[in-house]
Design a protein around this ligand. Structure first.
Ligand SMILES: [Zn+2]
Length: 76
């Protein structure tokens, strides 16, 4: 039987990597706090790829604080 159904649209918070449901008011962030943190990163230029010192891997690491792998399915 193909009884596998996805309950709701879930994404990971870009700031802390926590699972966030689509109906959450702060989606795609888990909270207003994380949203402001993310906006702060943009404002402070963390996401700007203008500095040759920052490698793409470093940027990716900054965006995955506390998060594991970007895969959403944990049981296939
Ligand atoms: Zn968060």
């Amino acid at each position: 039987m193909a009884g596998k159904k996805k309950s709701a649209k879930v994404l990971r918070c870009p700031t802390c990597g926590m699972l966030v449901q689509h109906r959450d008011e702060d989606f795609p962030f888990c909270s207003d706090r994380c949203r402001k943190i993310d906006l702060g990163k943009w404002a402070s230029g963390v996401y700007k790829i203008s500095s040759p010192v920052l490698d793409p891997e470093v940027l990716e690491d900054l965006g995955g604080l506390g998060g594991g792998q970007p895969k959403g399915d944990r049981h296939e």
